[in-house]
Design a protein around this ligand. Structure first.
Ligand SMILES: [Zn+2]
Length: 306
């Protein structure tokens, strides 16, 4: 979709996407399966300061949160870098919203870095790892972001020490997130009144969504074997990620029906016509599939995403 509409999606579709993947098949019967190592970390999905110009950059909390819905997930944050206490308070507030919107019996561990990310960047986040064919995996040969894999398996699948390329190391982080200390127009309040500044709570909400698993693994170029080629699995994994299984073109043809590492898939990815088509996402999007950002020039870290 148009990047300028991202705020709308945060409030509406992120939760629906996630719920649509989780379904109702939660089982807490742990089966023995080897724990996983880190092979290839899914890259972060970034958000830039220019993306939202026609909104006030504030995402209202969902109704359930405002009605004090119970906490159904435990998200813990380890902070890297020198954080402003106000920013941390805002971060924890965003986390508390997510904790009422998703359900998992497995702690979701975030490493959140405060760092100079350069001009124009607000932040980025991604899954710290991914897994496939774990106990209770809904779709075979499909990679799941690690927080979701843990939830579905009913066990913590990833426990290895990992620093998310920051200064702190924890056992088995699930989300790696970075926010820009060099950005000068943050609003750290939690009252939803940013007055033209960038509402940090909203940006954190958005990015945690990516970290929980709202990202595809499509990419283009050298990772796929050369210029003009498109592929899934970042060109590293031969299996797609679960998000990819919901992506399609304007005609409704699933992108996974095109050959991997192909010019045909590349053409789709830069077609300005890529959609996420899942039942719950569609319901939350006014009963229509969700348009994804797919400009004619591939944008690393944002194309084929929301
Ligand atoms: Zn995004």
């Amino acid at each position: 979709m148009k990047k300028s509409n991202w705020v709308y999606l945060v409030g509406l579709s992120f939760v629906a996407f996630f719920v649509s993947w989780i379904g109702t098949g939660f089982l807490d019967i742990a089966q023995s399966a080897p724990l996983i190592e880190l092979e290839q970390r899914p890259p972060k999905v970034w958000i830039t300061a220019g993306e939202a110009t026609d909104e006030l950059l504030f995402t209202p909390p969902p109704r359930e949160f405002l009605e004090r819905a119970p906490q159904t997930a435990n998200i813990t944050v380890t902070y890297a870098g020198v954080w402003d206490p106000q920013a941390q308070t805002a971060f924890e507030y965003a986390v508390s919203i997510w904790e009422t919107q998703i359900t998992s019996s497995i702690e979701i561990k975030v490493i959140a870095e405060w760092a100079n990310l350069g001009a124009g960047i607000l932040g980025g986040a991604g899954a710290a790892n991914s897994d496939k064919n774990f106990p209770n995996a809904p779709i075979a040969n499909t990679r799941y972001p690690i927080a979701l894999a843990n939830k579905l398996a009913g066990t913590d699948r990833y426990t290895a020490p990992d620093n998310c390329d920051t200064s702190v190391t924890i056992n088995g982080p699930d989300i790696c997130a970075s926010f820009n200390s060099a950005f000068s127009n943050w609003y750290f309040g939690t009252d939803g009144n940013p007055s033209g500044k960038y509402d940090f709570v909203s940006v954190v909400l958005h990015e945690i969504g990516h970290g929980l698993g709202f990202f595809g693994s499509m990419t283009t170029g050298s990772s796929c074997g050369g210029t003009g080629l498109g592929c899934w699995g970042y060109g590293f994994y031969t299996d797609p990620f679960v998000y990819d299984r919901f992506t399609e073109n304007a005609a409704g043809t699933t992108l996974l029906s095109y050959p991997n590492n192909s010019t045909q898939l590349f053409a789709q990815l830069v077609s300005n016509g890529v959609y996420f088509d899942g039942p719950n996402a569609n319901t939350a999007n006014g009963n229509t599939r969700v348009s994804l950002y797919a400009p004619a020039t591939w944008q690393p870290g944002s194309s084929a995403n929301v």
